[in-house]
Design a protein around this ligand. Structure first.
Ligand code: ZN
Length: 589
């Protein structure tokens, strides 16, 4: 976005990737690579690997991968240009921009952010010291908020006066309007957007203030909550209240609690669970999940999910699959919300989070507890409703487990229920990924001579490059990875140009050690290719009128392949076989 390519290159060269990663996760040198706990998923044994020279990373646990800029983007929550600027600042490099508009836009955002920062500070100060803020302070105390909480969340007070903030900031009206802090009134004068409200500043993940939520005092006029309109700085669907404060705990525990309001979030923090966030006056949406999955794989909904679930269940399952997260629901005592419970009985709130149930289980329990299970009619009816809830889940294995639960609760034979479910479920297509695929162990090292050859080509190209040929790779992805390596001058270029599976493979190989003996690898590789050629020739011979024509070639291949394993003939045999294989391939095998 406007930074000169050569400057980006300079920044990349200057970056000490091990140092940058070490700020987030401690690394240990293992062989030629560096290893540590993955900053992108919760784990106890390190599966995060770094290639210091190429400045690439790969996690064997969650498959997070990328280069130094990607890493900074993900861990500092910046866009690409922001990541380049972050690294540049760290290593004292001045960047040049090729596009004035991009530069201007950034400068403008900077000005708006500064205005927001001053507003946050001013509202906050006003709450703490303003003579007119007594009622607001009293209200917050009645909610159980002490000074620590007020300061931690930078809560403020917007006075009743119609232009108190505008006068204090002395900002041009266009800045007031672009930040949503104020507007031009009918008299043509600047006026504050928020008046007579307790102010909850909303920050982006990087901690910059982007918006406000304002709560009216009890008995005041107007809607209970008023939120900033969307601005250049603020997008509702991409912002979660308190994620800036919660993100560390969220990724440490691998769990995020999603609330509906600011005060619920504060209740969780106060109860010793500083991993709660809230949507800002909007429903939980796709963009929120995209944001959250960077931090945690378990998402606990802390609001009336039964009501939400009626309409949104299939979307939640979709998000679970798409973003590889698990959605659970907090079981709150009936009629209570997290804010009240946190104030009256923080222990109960902590317990409720521990007992959060998977989304489907929660919905099922709601249905079953509503049903009248004392009569046969009631049980049959509850079972039907329960099956309808189960049928929405895309995983067959999971559906089956819940069928058994319904069978128990409703005292109906589980096989009957399965048949019922199948007849309802046949209308669904189950082409989607099964959730159980997630449990496959991804850290199993890749094996086989083709992989070993690629690994050598990545780390020690001089040891194999002159001996490798396309014909030696039988696997399509391996071949694509090899081609990408041949066509690029740098590993990272190969990764970005290769088709996705091949790029992902190279990225992973980049952080693995290449300890294999190149000669052994070549032997195995050539022997494999030769074996495939023999099989093809034998098939051709069987289909031919004159099968004996093939016999000498097959015999030669077998003999020469044997010679691969004898030290004195090995290199010569490999050379002859590769030359023959290349010709054979050219003639169309
Ligand atoms: Zn990971």
């Amino acid at each position: 976005m406007g930074i000169l390519d050569e400057d980006i290159e300079q920044v990349r060269n200057a970056a000490d990737f091990v140092q940058i990663v070490s700020e987030v996760s401690q690394l240990r040198k293992v062989g030629r690579r560096w290893q540590g706990l993955c900053p992108f998923h919760a784990e106890k044994s390190p599966s995060f690997s770094v290639n210091a020279e190429e400045k690439l990373y790969y996690c064997f646990g969650c498959q997070a991968s990328g280069n130094v800029f990607r890493f900074v983007q993900e861990t500092q929550h910046l866009d690409f240009a922001g990541a380049v600027e972050w690294v540049a600042a760290k290593y004292g490099i001045t960047l040049r921009y090729d596009n004035e508009r991009g530069g201007r836009e950034r400068a403008r955002k900077q000005v708006l952010t500064e205005a927001m920062e001053r507003a946050v500070a001013w509202y906050h100060e006003r709450l703490l010291t303003g003579a007119d803020a007594g009622a607001a302070r009293g209200y917050l105390r009645s909610r159980g908020y002490d000074r620590d909480i007020v300061e931690r969340f930078r809560i403020g007070w917007a006075p009743e006066e119609w232009d108190a903030l505008a006068r204090t900031l002395r900002a041009p009206v266009d800045i007031l309007e672009e930040t949503g802090l104020g507007f031009t009134n009918r008299m043509g004068r600047p006026q504050d957007s928020f008046r007579g409200r307790v102010m909850f500043p909303i920050f982006d993940t990087a901690g910059k203030p982007v918006a406000f939520g304002g709560r009216i005092l009890p008995g005041g006029n107007g809607p209970k909550y008023k939120n900033s309109a969307e601005t250049k700085l603020y997008s509702k669907s991409r912002t979660l209240y308190a994620l800036n404060w919660a993100k560390e705990e969220v990724s440490r525990v691998d769990e995020v609690i999603v609330c509906e309001g600011y005060t619920d979030v504060i209740a969780f923090f106060s109860a010793g669970l500083p991993r709660a966030v809230a949507t800002c006056g909007t429903a939980l949406a796709d963009e929120h999940f995209r944001l959250l999955k960077n931090f945690a794989t378990r998402i606990v909904l802390a609001y009336d999910a039964d009501a939400a679930g009626q309409n949104a269940a299939s979307r939640f399952y979709e998000w679970e699959q798409k973003y590889e997260v698990d959605v659970a629901v907090l079981a709150l005592p009936p009629g209570s919300d997290p804010g009240d419970l946190g104030r009256d009985d923080p222990e109960a709130l902590v317990q409720a989070v521990k007992e959060a149930k998977p989304f489907l289980e929660f919905r099922l329990d709601c249905v079953l507890s509503r049903g009248d299970l004392r009569t046969a009619e009631g049980r049959a009816h509850a079972a039907e409703e329960a099956l309808a809830v189960i049928a929405e889940h895309p995983s067959e294995l999971l559906r089956d487990q819940y069928v058994m639960r319904v069978a128990d609760a409703c005292r109906i034979d589980s096989q009957r229920l399965r048949e019922h479910l199948a007849s309802a479920g046949n209308r669904r297509t189950s082409t989607r990924l099964n959730v159980d695929q997630r449990s496959q162990n991804p850290s199993r090292p890749l094996a086989g001579p083709e992989i070993q050859a690629l690994r050598l080509a990545v780390h020690r190209p001089e040891s194999v490059a002159h001996r490798l040929e396309e014909v030696l790779f039988a696997d399509e992805v391996h071949l694509a990875a090899f081609r990408a390596l041949c066509q690029a001058s740098r590993l990272e270029e190969a990764i970005s140009r290769a088709r996705p599976e091949a790029g992902a493979l190279l990225q992973r190989l980049a952080v693995e050690d290449a300890e294999a003996d190149p000669d052994d690898v070549m032997r195995l590789l050539v022997a494999g290719a030769s074996q495939r050629a023999i099989l093809r020739l034998q098939a051709q011979a069987r289909a031919s009128q004159t099968p004996t024509d093939y016999a000498p070639t097959i015999a030669w291949l077998k003999l020469t392949t044997e010679q691969l394993w004898q030290d004195e003939t090995s290199i010569g045999a490999a050379g002859q076989l590769v030359a023959w294989l290349v010709e054979f391939e050219k003639e169309g095998g």
